[in-house]
Design a protein around this ligand. Structure first.
Ligand code: PHE
Length: 677
């Protein structure tokens, strides 16, 4: 495949692209998802899997998506198709999951619009907010307002009636998204100069205000004091990795599509690191703002003689943004103003994430069919609102939770991320993407990046997948209730995620009206057969042994020896297959098909073996008894310093690289106009 030299519509400037990608990444997931996930899954301890996930998986995969999108100049499905005809479905799969997100993400924006409106009314009413209240009864009041008055919520999964007070803001959210993208990415690159810095400013105000409240440290102790035992649970790791994928908008084809609009000479590697670290910084600081404020609330209620502890209000899901935080603000001075700032921040954070998904679905359809962009966008918005109706009914919030859980859970994005790496690492000459990225970036990646994509990330995600799968099915009532009957919400959730690959296969079979992008090349000589065969034998040996220990009851000692042998033989098979690909996957030869089979099989074997070991080890860990203190522990101070160091040094280094590239004249023009100048 030749590098495409034609120029697609483009972002205009490096800043435009970087901000748009940050705009997509930084969203509701940062201010709302990250803080409560961190709090619920081990406090500061959660940062260990999270930082591993960002550095080992998130940023390398961001580079992968950027270089693929930039190299092929196509949205996800066609980009994958250009690499290998059979891979188009991988692209569609992500797009379909993205489409599912775009049916519910704007619903949360709709809540924000309503709360913003109520805050504005509060400002003009002398500070009166409908969710305000005193003491623990006040918390009930805030809950009552959100669930009963506003959502008309019912606990059952039957939908109930449409709640028009949520529906109309939903229409507003879609209309705003439409306005942002209907003119294409040039306009988006201007809008993000507003929608990215503005929420950061709001967040800064909320953080400074939170940290200067009495009781802030008490709140931070809830946020950061680590509970190490949580690391023994697969859910902690799953949520950390899932959150990284969701937060970096990875595997939905969004980053890939955005990069397809990037100018031919634009940096890739450095941009990816800047975007990954900025997203992390935003999440972490958002957590500080939220928990410091909750600490302030705890202190204020204590002083008022009607104490409400942080643990009493904080809860997962929408409760944090629409009950706990608004309630906490209502206990403090200038509550209507700060509520306004908070919901305004949420809207500006969320809107560019929401339209990034719409854009990637839109670009995929337009690239595939050649239909007119304007018409597809209007139709998509209507379909989006149509599906959104499900979530604005009385039982809608329950469905929102279930569907979101499945998209971000074991079966959703992390699995898709795994597939993406396996597909591009083993079934395509991944080195081409690395060289493409290196050619135009502020710094170059070594071969290690190929190995991360081909071996390390698949093994990490594969292990996590098997470990979580075991966890899902060992829990009671996952699909079938013990008392009889199906657990319908989970069945529906599973059907939704299982339909994605089916629909994507169908879509990839539909012929595009365009001439084939990837014409068949002349037959090449196949090389590396004997080495591949040896790799396959090794991986088969480990597979057989794996079946033996899973099926035949053996003593612990024998199992331990066998597991070591399984892992070693599979690693042998993996490395052999990898070296065959390195040696023979070249422009003038074709590598034997056995090599990828051996490699992928080895990845599966290692993942199952490692997951088995993890299940065994973590069973021994006693469940933790979380004891909260009001003081920040020593470990928390260390965690705080490490995170700040990582962010400041990391971003400093990136900017230095960007600047020194420019100073030495290596900086490349980003637009055709720059080039002419
Ligand atoms: N990254 C966004 C957030 O953190 C959500 C998102 C997911 C956007 C997937 C695009 C694709 O809120």
């Amino acid at each position: 495949m030749e590098l495409l030299e034609e120029q697609r519509e483009n972002w205009g400037s490096r800043g435009g692209f970087v901000l748009a990608a940050i705009g997509s990444a930084v969203g509701l997931g940062n201010l709302w998802g990250f803080p409560y996930k961190l709090y619920s899954y081990g406090g500061g301890a959660f940062l260990i899997p999270y930082i591993i996930a960002i550095c080992l998986v998130g940023i390398p995969m961001l580079i992968l998506e950027f270089s693929l999108g930039h190299f092929t100049q196509r949205a996800a499905p066609n980009a994958f198709r250009r690499c290998n005809k059979r891979l188009e479905m991988v692209g569609w799969w992500g797009i379909i999951l993205g489409f599912v997100i775009i049916t519910y993400y704007p619903v949360i924006l709709a809540y924000c619009f309503s709360y913003l409106w109520l805050s504005i009314k509060g400002i003009f009413n002398g500070g009166a907010l409908p969710w305000a209240g005193v003491g623990i009864e006040g918390v009930e009041n805030a809950e009552g307002f959100f669930y009963n008055t506003y959502l008309g919520y019912q606990e059952s999964f039957s939908l109930g009636s449409i709640q028009w007070q949520v529906f109309w803001p939903l229409v507003v959210a879609w209309f705003l998204m439409y306005l942002c993208i209907f003119r294409g990415v040039k306009l988006v690159s201007k809008i993000v100069w507003l929608t990215v810095p503005l929420p950061w400013l709001m967040l800064l105000i909320l953080t400074i205000r939170g940290l200067t409240l009495d009781g802030a440290i008490q709140g931070l102790a809830f946020y950061l004091n680590p509970t190490w035992e949580e690391l023994a649970k697969p859910s902690t790791w799953r949520f950390a990795f899932g959150q990284v994928f969701f937060s970096l908008s990875l595997a939905f084809g969004v980053m890939l599509t955005y990069a397809s609009f990037l100018h031919r000479k634009s940096d890739i590697n450095n941009n990816a690191v800047i975007i990954g670290l900025s997203d992390f910084a935003t999440s972490f600081i958002a957590g500080i703002a939220v928990f410091a404020t909750l600490g302030g609330m705890a202190f204020a209620t204590q002083q008022a003689g009607n104490p409400v502890g942080v643990e009493k209000v904080v809860s997962g899901g929408p409760g944090l943004a629409f009950v706990a935080f608004p309630y906490a603000l209502a206990q403090l001075p200038y509550s209507a103003w700060f509520s306004f700032i908070f919901f305004f921040a949420l809207i500006t954070l969320g809107i560019d994430s929401a339209f990034s998904i719409t854009e990637s679905v839109l670009a995929s359809i337009v690239d595939k069919t050649g239909f007119k962009r304007d018409i597809v966008l209007i139709l998509m918005s209507l379909v989006g609102i149509g599906f959104g109706v499900i979530y604005v009914t009385s039982g809608g919030l329950n469905w929102l939770g279930v569907i979101d859980g499945f998209i971000n859970g074991t079966w959703g994005i992390a699995f898709l991320g795994l597939l993406e790496c396996v597909a591009l690492g083993w079934l395509y000459r991944i080195d081409r993407l690395r060289l493409h990225a290196n050619e135009r970036s502020d710094f170059a990646l070594g071969q290690w990046w190929n190995y991360l994509i081909r071996m390390v990330i698949p093994v990490i995600l594969g292990t996590l997948f098997v470990w979580s799968l075991f966890d899902d099915f060992s829990g009671k009532d996952f699909l079938v209730k013990e008392a009889g009957g199906f657990n319908w919400p989970n069945v529906v959730g599973l059907v939704v995620v299982a339909l994605a690959p089916v629909i994507s296969i169908v879509l990839s079979l539909i012929k595009s009206p365009y001439p084939e992008d990837n014409p068949e090349s002349a037959p090449l000589e196949t090389k590396g057969q004997s080495g591949s065969f040896a790799g396959l034998v090794l991986s088969l040996v480990s597979l057989v042994l794996l079946v033996v220990i899973l099926v035949i009851p053996l003593t612990i000692g024998v199992c331990e020896v066998l597991i070591v042998i399984i892992i070693l033989t599979a690693i042998g098979g993996l490395l052999l297959a990898n070296s065959i690909l390195d040696r023979f996957s070249k422009a003038d030869s074709r590598v034997s098909v056995i090599a990828p089979i051996a490699g992928i099989l080895s990845v599966c074997n290692i993942s199952v073996a490692l997951a088995t070991v993890l299940i065994y080890i973590t069973k021994q860990v006693k469940p933790s008894q979380v004891v909260h203190t009001d003081e920040l522990s020593g470990a928390s101070y260390i965690i705080l310093s490490v995170v700040f160091l990582l962010i400041v040094v990391g971003l400093g280094w990136c900017f230095y690289k960007a600047m020194s590239g420019a100073a030495s004249g290596e900086s490349v023009p980003q637009t055709p106009e720059d080039q002419a100048a």
